[in-house]
Design a protein around this ligand. Structure first.
Ligand SMILES: [Zn+2]
Length: 432
């Protein structure tokens, strides 16, 4: 059976083959011979000059246009223009390129000086879980006064953004002028901002994730995620670990990524660090700890990344002591200890943010000492209005706390910034 089938199949194949061969001969006979003209490579797959140029533009120009656009969104106009000047010569007159350069130059030239004193707002680490923070224990009322919830912080950012506020670096408040003898004098400066924008300085205090906050619904620490971004570790009420945006730094980073025009050239805020329970959630104050070296390395790399992404550090005193009332010698040892244990990891700073907002006298022996340690910017607390003074050798700026106390008991003090009706977390109990 099998053999017979095979034989039939071979015969059939030969028959089909002969048929198609004869058909083939017939058609070739009917086709006209190919002329020389037709053999010319006019219709081959080689791209034309125009097509080549279009491909080159797609590869070499469009990515630069995109990159420049991204930079311009965050007001990096000079950098955006510099990138567009790098397009290959043949595209230097490209319409989209020349128009972008013109637009960015115009935008840069249209910045105006902001003539009013600049506002400075501040926060403590945010409450993630209000049911744990406001659980009625001995800390509840303090959290209700001095802390802000994650939901409130999101609402505050949205409202500040809608109200045309723009984050700037505190160093925009003055210029350093060096005379012929090398002496540096500070001169007040009006920050240059796009017309209609209102400059704003932001800071966040402590960021130690103190022991007392454990189990009260706050983040545990900062860390770097697998992309190298600064995130929080948060442990929820069931003990489950979450890595994400649970405090001011990562939340603001994400917000600025989505709204680059909320930050002037990448400025974010100032982290006012203490030292007596370490910093950023790492107990680098425990010098005998088994993990001291890895903790120090963690703080170093997180701080480096924070600074790379627009954050600054300030001293908030090592022991969070009353700068105004402690002795001169205590201030000296407190400052030294901050420099040894914290500045050695996060870097030196010229910003001093008073614990409790308690300012020292200007001038005073303590001021002279802090200046000798490199501090130039001194920030107190004064909610109701913006206050900036620039003297030859220091800048003084007061800060406004956007927390339960201000938003509930003094909403009129911040009405230029936002309407607290849109902000205050419904889960807050009454202030006691
Ligand atoms: Zn503090």
């Amino acid at each position: 059976m099998k053999k017979k089938y095979l034989k039939e199949k071979i015969l059939l194949t030969i028959f089909v083959l002969m048929l198609s061969l004869s058909a083939c001969q017939n058609t070739t006979q009917e086709v006209e011979p190919i002329t020389e003209e037709q053999q010319q490579p006019t219709t081959t797959l080689e791209p034309t000059k125009e097509e080549l140029s279009r491909i080159r533009r797609e590869e070499d120009v469009v990515p630069l246009l995109d990159k420049a656009k991204q930079l311009a969104l965050g007001y990096y106009y000079e950098e955006a223009i510099a990138i567009l000047r790098e397009v290959p010569k043949e595209f230097s007159q490209d319409k989209e390129v020349t128009e972008a350069i013109e637009n960015y130059t115009q935008a840069m030239d249209s910045f105006v000086p902001y003539e009013q004193p600049v506002r400075h707002i501040f926060f403590h680490s945010l409450i993630v879980d209000t049911s744990r923070a406001f659980d009625g224990d001995y800390m509840s009322n303090g959290y209700n006064y001095w802390m802000t919830t994650v939901d409130e912080f999101y609402a505050i950012l949205e409202e500040l953004y809608a109200n045309q506020y723009l984050l700037i670096d505190i160093h925009e408040l003055c210029k350093e002028v060096t005379d012929e003898n090398g002496k540096v004098t500070l001169v007040a400066a009006q920050p240059l901002v796009p017309e209609g924008k209102i400059p704003l300085v932001l800071s966040v205090d402590d960021v130690s994730y103190y022991d007392y906050m454990e189990h009260d619904g706050f983040a545990k620490k900062l860390l770097l995620d697998e992309n190298g971004d600064v995130k929080n570790l948060y442990i929820d009420k069931d003990g489950i670990e979450h890595i994400g945006d649970y405090d001011v730094m990562p939340i603001l980073d994400t917000f600025v990524k989505e709204h680059p025009d909320f930050s002037l050239r990448g400025a974010k805020g100032i982290i006012a660090a203490t030292g007596y329970e370490g910093t950023l959630g790492y107990r680098v104050n425990q010098l005998e700890s088994d993990t001291i070296e890895t903790d120090r390395e963690a703080v170093k790399s997180i701080a480096a990344r924070l600074k790379e992404t627009g954050w600054l550090f300030a001293s908030h005193g090592y022991g969070h002591r009353h700068t105004a009332t402690i002795s001169y010698n205590s201030l000296v040892s407190d400052t030294r200890q901050w420099k040894d244990e914290i500045a050695s990891l996060v870097g030196d700073t010229d910003i001093y943010i008073y614990p409790y907002g308690e300012e020292i006298a200007y001038p005073s022996q303590k001021l002279t000492y802090l200046q000798s340690e490199g501090f130039r910017y001194f920030c107190g607390v004064w909610a109701s209005q913006a206050f900036v003074v620039v003297k030859d050798d220091y800048v003084r700026q007061t800060r406004c706390n956007l927390d339960g106390f201000t938003m509930i008991s003094k909403p009129e003090a911040v009405e230029d910034l936002l309407d607290v009706k849109h902000i205050v977390d419904a889960s807050r109990p009454a202030l006691e």
